[in-house]
Design a protein around this ligand. Structure first.
Ligand code: ATP
Ligand code: MG
Length: 474
């Protein structure tokens, strides 16, 4: 649960003012150019927040009273390609977003304002921003800046600096109103709190709980983008847990919400959702695709639960994962791989497997998916309170590596005959039957690697054709 952390005793040590050295020279140059042209110039939003936290900002955002057409005149290479007042300026090989002060008016679809209104005041601009730590600015109105005249100052009308020190994510203004305007802010709150390792201030969190139903208005792409950012954090579970307790999970991923409360005899006292979260955290951070698979790997369990078993949950789960990923507009290739991982995650290795069995396993999983699948299983083990290599995983990994190293047939690519050979030698024609014949040859060579010689395979193909009435000749 989100609980507020009291004030500054255990808060962050931050400089008590913004120092020049926290803002890169390139940003200061852009600010100086704006001021020399008679305009206000501020560093604002997430970039100022990150600079104060000594985190590298993903991008630097500036705010100004200059209108987009004025910005286009001041910066000859600027681009204006939206209707929200944000102009992109390229400076010393980097892009900077410079946004005209604005107010957002008439949110109609719980996502975007129907209208915006340009303004002349940084303070007014800051009130449209989502969280107090994102609603600070550092800079000055027109004038030559700190070195020449008007000194830069921190503009912080909503107490963001104190919240930054207290590590609190707090909505600007009335949380309910702000989440009603834009439902994405609820997901941003949870994602940002997880990224910054902040608590969500209690009345802000209560607002998310009350407004969680509005998340149904968000597009799949938007939800998918936030989920991707969450899964790319070192420990996504804190954010995922908040999705559960806030009610957002039930709205956005009802299939996962039903994992809560499903008992299984793994880690004592933990349910299926706890297991899933442990598994997600256990996947190395850079393996985002496997993390997505870990999140979805047991999604088929709640609907298949019976007598303490989850019969064929991986089959049901793969179909459910496919639906979820379609909803999120996950790119086809990623979605296919994740669905396969869910489908295959229940393999049971035993030390008694023959080398042929290992080769069949590789063929079934495909060499391209093996590493992901073994990584998923290691995380699944950790999620079950076991060592990562439980179930003979280290041995399987070594045996798989040995087969992959050896010059043996694992799929069509290393077979000593090709479709063209069989067409020429046996008078076959291309098509599904030829494909089935080649697969049958692969199966035979997987079991008996010595068969992988062209004349023997042509002979074998002839025998298979004679015994298999399905294969037709030209
Ligand atoms: P990050 O870039 O780390 O994802 P951020 O807070 O910088 O987080 P951006 O999308 O870069 O997010 O937005 C920059 C700033 O614009 C925010 O810090 C905030 O002030 C404002 N902002 C962004 N999205 C919203 C929103 N949905 N509602 C209100 N203000 C927003
Ligand atoms: Mg940003």
């Amino acid at each position: 649960m989100a609980t507020g952390r009291a004030g500054s005793e255990e808060g962050l040590r931050l400089p008590d003012r913004v120092t020049d050295s926290q803002i890169p020279a390139a940003v200061q140059e852009l600010m100086a150019t704006l001021r020399a042209a008679g305009h206000a110039a501020y560093v604002v939003g997430g970039s100022l927040r990150d600079a104060l936290l000594e985190r590298e900002p993903a991008d630097w955002d500036l705010a100004t009273d200059a209108r987009p057409d004025e910005l286009l005149a001041i910066f000859p290479n600027a681009l204006y390609e939206n209707r929200f007042g944000t102009v992109t300026v390229r400076h010393l090989d980097r892009d900077y977003q410079i946004t005209t002060f604005r107010s957002d008016i008439d949110y109609t679809d719980h996502r975007r304002p129907a209208r915006i209104q340009f303004g002349d005041s940084i303070k007014v601009d800051l009130t449209r921003r989502d969280f107090t730590v994102n609603a600070m600015a550092w800079g000055s109105d027109a004038g030559p800046g700190a070195r020449g005249g008007v000194p830069e100052e921190l503009v912080d009308p909503h107490g963001g600096f104190l919240d930054l020190r207290g590590r609190l994510l707090r909505a600007v203004g009335d949380p309910d109103a702000r989440f009603r305007e834009d439902a994405l802010r609820m997901l941003r709150a949870i994602r940002l709190a997880a990224a910054l390792d902040f608590e969500i201030e209690p009345s802000t969190f209560a607002g998310i709980r009350r407004s969680s139903g509005l998340a149904a208005h968000l597009s799949g792409e938007r939800v998918g983008a936030e989920l991707d950012k969450l899964l790319a954090l070192p420990n996504p579970s804190s954010g995922l847990r908040h999705l559960g307790t806030s009610g957002l999970l039930a709205v956005l991923f009802p299939e996962l919400a039903t994992e809560r409360g499903v008992t299984q005899n793994k880690v004592p006292g933990e349910d299926l959702w706890d297991h899933t979260l442990r598994a997600v955290d256990a996947v190395p951070v850079e393996r985002t695709r496997v993390r997505l698979a870990a999140l979805l790997h047991d999604v088929g369990k709640p609907p298949t639960a019976a007598d303490g078993h989850f019969y064929q949950h991986e089959v049901v789960g793969a179909e459910m994962a496919e639906d979820i990923l379609r909803r999120l507009r996950t790119p086809r290739e990623t979605a296919d791989r994740v669905v396969r991982l869910v489908r295959l995650h229940m393999f049971q290795y035993e030390a008694g497997w023959t080398n042929t069995a290992v080769r069949r396993f590789i063929r079934k999983v495909s060499a391209a998916t093996l590493d992901d699948l073994l990584t998923l299983r290691a995380a699944d083990n950790v999620g079950s309170g076991l060592p990562p290599d439980a179930g003979g995983l280290a041995e399987l990994r070594a045996r798989v590596a040995a087969e992959l190293q050896a010059d043996v047939v694992l799929d069509r690519s290393r077979l000593a005959v090709r479709g063209d050979d069989l067409i020429a030698e046996l008078g076959l024609r291309p098509g599904p039957e030829l494909g089935r014949l080649i697969d049958a040859l692969v199966e035979r060579v997987i079991a008996e690697p010595a068969l992988n010689e062209r004349p023997r395979l042509v002979e074998l193909a002839r025998e298979l054709l004679a015994t298999e009435p399905g294969a037709t000749r030209r």
